[in-house]
Design a protein around this ligand. Structure first.
Ligand SMILES: *[C@@H]1O[C@H](CO)[C@@H](O)[C@H](O)[C@H]1NC(C)=O
Ligand SMILES: [Mn+2]
Length: 482
């Protein structure tokens, strides 16, 4: 318990802390101290408002939304509270709810230019979503592939970058493309379209649950989130070798968004998928979706580097990414985690019709969005989507499906990986110094057919050209705008 003096010190400390948080740890400390402050003074709107911001920055949008709501309930004139609730709703893809809050702010402050800009920006998105829904119900959505005439696209004479060889991705092409990208050059749009159309065909043939077998002497490398950190991806290949038939990889989703080299990351990964379809594996993450791409940069990046139509094609391709992968019938890999309900089986995963944007709930949503928690049972998600599942949930799921453990990604970890649920739930994250500010290590996992014991390899961030993370993100999501 804190005396009055202690309380004041605590609050001053909080103030200092929250003005300049630089890492995940600082946000976590801020959350801790605001939580303590709120125990003493539960009617303070600013504490709720500031804790909401810390939750926003740590991607806990569900908690951020609850806190911002509390803040404006306590103080109807607390403008920042409305902003933060709006940002939380935007992050959750609830644009109409966000618009209502921006509307309130504009009414209260008719002369505030910043508020007006945010209102207009959000209003634009709401209108666009309504338009998209209208055409979606009008006719069955046509594939971009049908309206493309790739053959007739010409490659200008002054383009001296890599080209596919007879329309095929080769190892030489891959090496040239990676070098080209490293020099911050753009792949010709014809080549990008060729890769996208071909990879869509390859992915569409895969089941929602991919099953592979490693022989005694085989080894696979499993990587977690890469999030547009192209130079760190190249570093993984530097440290662990290029993908090949004898050096297979599994990338566990969230290839794009946040990092401003998402186009380079995804075209490289898709290229390797085409080169080694049976030895290079990709699973869908919650960021291989339209709502996330609109807010966190990938859509903006594709439009800046190519065209809106190419983004639509990316979106179609993402819908065909498998949702989970089972290794030797013992290890299950997915981006988010386990399920909001008991009794889900591997057969249920196989049966998921994945060619769509993920729904708000159900097994497909859970695979992309859920997180483990230390305590038994399930709780509401800090993110505001899917759930958190405890060690008992993991144990029961593994027993029922005769599995040994799960590997998932989706959460930044200081060491790049984390082993929880008595070794049954492993997190791997491969974007070191996430967003240039978290200071975390990255990691990848080696699994060998002989024993399936995970071996962890850590690495640190390498420098990248001076394009900041979130450079292409929606202005409403950019730091400082919350
Ligand atoms: C809340 O955060 C703002 C920065 O957004 C800071 O200026 C203010 O002092 C904080 N208030 C408290 C009580 O921590
Ligand atoms: Mn994720």
């Amino acid at each position: 318990t804190l005396n009055y003096r202690g309380k004041r010190n605590k609050c001053n400390y909080i103030t200092v802390y929250c003005n300049f948080p630089v890492s995940d740890k600082d946000y976590e400390n801020a959350i801790k101290y605001y939580t303590e402050a709120l125990e003493i003074n539960p009617d303070n709107a600013i504490y709720f408002g500031n804790r909401s911001l810390a939750y926003l920055r740590t991607e806990c949008y569900g908690y951020a939304l609850a806190d911002a709501t509390h803040a404006v309930e306590l103080d109807k004139n607390y403008i920042k509270g409305y902003y933060r609730r709006a940002t939380s709703n935007m992050a959750l893809g609830k644009f109409k709810a966000a618009l209502k809050d921006y509307e309130t702010v504009v009414k209260v402050r008719p002369n505030d230019k910043d508020a007006k800009m945010k209102y207009q920006e959000c209003s634009k998105i709401v209108k666009q979503k309504a338009f998209e829904r209208a055409i979606a119900s009008d006719e069955l959505k046509r594939s971009v592939v049908d309206s493309l005439d790739i053959e007739s696209m010409t490659i200008e004479d002054d383009y001296c970058g890599p080209k596919l060889e007879d329309g095929k991705v080769t190892l030489t092409f891959m090496k040239e493309m990676m070098k080209w990208f490293k020099e911050q050059k753009k792949l010709h749009r014809k080549c990008a379209y060729q890769i996208l159309v071909q990879v869509k065909e390859v992915l569409a043939k895969l089941p929602s649950l991919v099953e592979i077998t490693l022989k005694e002497a085989d080894k696979i490398t499993i990587c977690g989130d890469t999030h547009g950190q192209y130079y760190d991806l190249l570093n993984i290949f530097e440290l662990n070798g290029l993908p090949s038939e004898t050096n297979p990889y599994l990338f566990n989703g969230d290839f794009v968004d946040r990092g401003s080299f998402s186009v380079e990351v995804i075209l490289t990964l898709f290229g390797f998928k085409l080169l080694y379809p049976d030895c290079f594996h990709l699973l869908r993450g919650n960021h291989e979706t339209d709502n996330m791409n609109q807010m966190y940069g990938f859509e903006g990046e594709v439009k800046a580097k190519y065209t809106p139509q190419m983004f639509e094609l990316f979106s179609e391709v993402f819908q065909w990414l498998p949702l989970a992968q089972c290794i030797n019938g013992k290890v299950l890999v997915m981006h988010g985690g386990l399920f909001s309900e008991d009794g889900i089986t591997l057969e249920d995963i196989r049966k998921i019709n994945r060619n769509r944007q993920p729904p708000d709930s159900g097994p497909m949503c859970d695979l992309l969005w859920s997180d483990p928690q230390p305590q038994d049972g399930r709780s509401v998600s800090k993110r505001g989507v899917s759930c958190q599942f405890g060690p008992d949930v993991t144990r029961k799921f593994l027993e029922q499906n005769k599995l040994e453990y799960i590997i998932r990604s989706h959460e930044v970890k200081a060491e790049g990986y984390e082993v929880t649920h008595a070794g049954k739930c492993i997190t791997v994250f491969s974007a070191p110094n996430y967003c240039d500010q978290i200071g975390n290590k990255g990691a990848y996992i080696h699994l060998r057919g002989s024993n399936l014991i995970p071996e962890f390899h850590q690495f640190t961030a390498v420098p990248h050209p001076n394009v900041k993370p979130m450079a292409y993100a929606n202005t409403l999501m950019q730091l400082g705008m919350m």
